[in-house]
Design a protein around this ligand. Structure first.
Ligand code: NAD
Length: 266
């Protein structure tokens, strides 16, 4: 990624902002004089996390579509603009059942629909700012499904697909959407597995390493890219393989009709 610094006076919103990645990112952005708003569940500890970092706080459950719009409206009303939306809130499943549909739906609601609603809410504000970025925290599980967690794997794969399908629809508006796909990282979400990582000597990322990739994606991501972040590897764009093209009866490959491409790709 070729990265430039955020312009003075930029405003960033981070959902799930009081968690491990959110706090690390907020710290980085505050060092660069960005106005940061953490959006997270309405808990005193989450408000405190924001205040400790010199960031603002807005209470938000990302599964509430209307509340996403209200949070962005609050950011614009209080800070004048929105330049970057980091759609980062997420939960993992814990069930050991082969398929626990209630849990599956809960995880998809937060990790996938939270991203869709967050995008819907952020777009008008980013347009009013003359363009900007949406950075979605997906996961390596969105590229290589994690057998222990069906809901998480489907939600994160969906988030990657959402980023890829939205990117060409937005480039004409100077809005870049991209995904970050970290491997296991040292935050609260891996607490139930931490002892097993330690016992196996398995390296996990620091939240700071992931936050660096998120910040870089704001200013330098390729639209629609999914950046893998792994210990000892850094952030690298995932190379999607594509699918075989259709062939005519005489064996020539054919492109899909123009009507199936967004205007920016015709
Ligand atoms: N830590 C990892 O190993 C890892 C790896 C890949 C991807 N991720 C993803 O990174 C993102 C951030 O996770 P983290 O590692 O910082 O974990 P975390 O548990 O520290 O942070 C997650 C945050 O999301 C918030 N949240 C949960 N449900 C919410 C909701 N409905 N509305 C608003 N906020 C909600 C939580 O309160 C918490 O502050 C998640 O999307 C997670 O799936 C984490």
């Amino acid at each position: 990624m070729s990265v430039t610094a955020p312009a003075a006076g930029s405003v960033a919103l981070i959902t799930g902002g009081s968690g491990g990645f959110g706090r690390a990112l907020a710290g980085l952005l505050r060092e660069r004089d960005v106005t940061v708003v953490l959006a997270d569940l309405d808990r005193e500890s989450n408000r405190q996390a924001a205040s400790d970092l010199g960031a603002y706080f807005v209470a938000l459950d990302v599964t509430d579509r209307a509340a996403n719009a209200a949070a962005v409206a609050q950011v614009e009303a209080e800070h004048g603009r929105l330049d970057a939306a980091f759609l980062n809130a997420g939960i993992a499943g814990r069930s050991r059942d082969a398929l626990d549909v209630d849990e599956f739906l809960r995880v998809v609601d937060v990790d996938l629909f939270g991203v869709v609603y967050g995008t819907e809410a952020a777009l008008p504000a980013l347009r009013r700012a003359g363009g900007g970025s949406i950075v979605v925290t997906a996961s390596l599980a969105g590229l290589a499904p994690m057998a222990t967690d069906p809901g998480y794997s489907v939600a994160k794969s969906g988030a990657v697909a959402f980023v890829r399908v939205m990117a060409p629809r937005l480039v004409g508006e100077q809005i870049t959407i991209s995904a970050i796909c970290p491997g296991f990282a040292d935050t609260a979400i891996i607490d139930p597995l931490r002892a097993e990582f330690d016992a196996a000597g398995f390296p996990v990322l620091t939240a700071g390493e992931v936050a660096e990739a998120m910040a870089a994606a704001w200013m330098g991501a390729e639209p629609g890219a999914a950046y893998v972040v792994q210990p000892g590897v850094g952030a690298v764009p995932y190379a999607f393989k594509g699918v075989p093209a259709a062939r005519t009866a005489t064996g020539e490959t054919v492109a899909v009709p123009d009507a199936l491409r967004p205007p920016s790709m015709r």
